[in-house]
Design a protein around this ligand. Structure first.
Ligand code: SF4
Ligand code: SF4
Length: 362
């Protein structure tokens, strides 16, 4: 018996080590290749520049998808050894399907290795808006890469993703985008959850930290809406100057406050750090509120063990609400369902108006 337990523990610790190693490799490769792709490529010879952009596409598509598949498998084994994984299984299945669509099947069918640019709806990025105007630096840069047909197909793909996210959010709340589809930060926080953060222990935000991130949330949303309005007006033909500067500011914002910060959070804080102030997350969170997204509790079942609070990556206090049977409806809830899976008495349920209707029909 003891031998059996030791061998299980060894296996789990090997799986954790493997998951950690994959995440480190993913981050280090990202820093090196993104550095080459965004920083060095303009000074490189055409042959080297072509190689760097091929390498970036290969890393973003094939390497990332392999890591998502292997990482999901390892995470399920690690979590499954100690508890329920129903919600996690759905999250990870969603991310694997989305990665296959956006990073493998889509790029092959549409002959576009950078289709992932088009997988996050407004207001997260304005790249699709920039590509709709033939005068923008972005259009002129990517016309030789994608071709006119490639740009048109990518924009059609973008429209499709936007509709999918919108409709799904109206039915399933924020969970649809943030715990199932997001290939920017949502996927990493779910696929590598058991080893986040890579250094030190997971930090839980206290009242002051939450307040700071709440300000940041509205600041980033205001910035994202500002960029969107600028590019819509530009598309409408208003004589706006400095479009190249605005596009550059957006790129630097993406590289520093989003990509680098998200990875910094993976290493030192928590997998969901960026989700506290992601502008798309805020928009789908507001939509989620509109469609009744909440975690329902049950006072008579709750034993006040606190495992829900410990499992929540967004520092939401479920335990206090469960003590009185109140539902929890927080804007920052990403709908991951970790609280639901971790409740030993199966007291919590993720719900929206649509899910409620389905439940009542059964
Ligand atoms: S909050 Fe933003 S980054 Fe986080 S999962 Fe949602 S869409 Fe992705
Ligand atoms: S309250 Fe539950 S579903 Fe919402 S973020 Fe926290 S753990 Fe995830």
């Amino acid at each position: 018996m003891a031998n059996h337990r030791n061998s299980n523990e060894t296996k789990a610790s090997n799986e954790i080590k493997a998951l950690k190693a994959i995440l480190w490799v993913y981050i280090i490769l990202c820093l090196i290749i993104a550095g080459l792709n965004f920083g060095y490529v303009s000074r490189a010879t055409p042959e080297v520049a072509a190689f760097i952009s091929w390498l970036w596409g290969f890393y973003e598509n094939w390497v990332k998808t392999s890591f998502i598949v292997i990482g999901s498998f390892l995470t399920l084994r690690i979590i499954g050894a100690s508890g329920r994984t129903e919600m996690r299984k759905r999250n990870l299945t969603g991310f694997i399907v989305m990665a296959l669509v956006v990073h493998i099947v889509g790029p092959i069918l549409l002959d576009n290795q950078e289709l992932y640019f088009f997988a996050m709806p407004l207001p997260w990025t304005t790249i699709p808006l920039q590509l709709m105007n033939t005068n923008t630096a972005f259009y002129l840069k990517y016309l030789p890469v994608f071709g006119f047909t490639g740009i048109t197909l990518a924009l059609a793909f973008y429209l499709l993703i936007t509709i999918v996210v919108l409709v799904g959010t109206l039915l399933w709340g924020r969970r649809w985008q943030c715990a199932t589809l997001c290939l920017f930060n949502g996927f990493a926080s779910e696929v590598f959850d058991p080893v986040m953060p890579l250094l030190g222990t997971r930090k839980k935000l206290k009242a002051r930290g939450l307040k700071l991130f709440a300000y940041l949330r509205w600041l980033f949303l205001a910035g994202a809406i500002g960029f969107t309005i600028y590019w819509v007006l530009y598309l409408l033909g208003l004589p706006l100057s400095n479009s190249e500067t605005v596009a550059k500011i957006e790129t630097y914002k993406y590289l520093s406050a989003e990509l680098l910060m998200a990875m910094f959070f993976w290493v030192a804080f928590s997998g969901r750090g960026y989700c506290y102030y992601c502008p798309l997350g805020t928009v789908v969170g507001l939509l989620g509120k509109l469609v009744g997204q909440r975690i329902t509790t049950n006072q008579s079942n709750c034993i006040q063990c606190g495992r829900c609070n410990a499992a929540c990556p967004m520092a939401i206090d479920l335990k206090s609400s469960a003590a009185t049977g109140r539902p929890v409806s927080e804007l920052r809830c990403v709908g991951c369902g970790h609280c639901v899976d971790n409740c030993p008495t199966e007291t919590l349920t993720y719900s929206t108006h649509f899910l409620e209707i389905i439940k009542n029909k059964k």
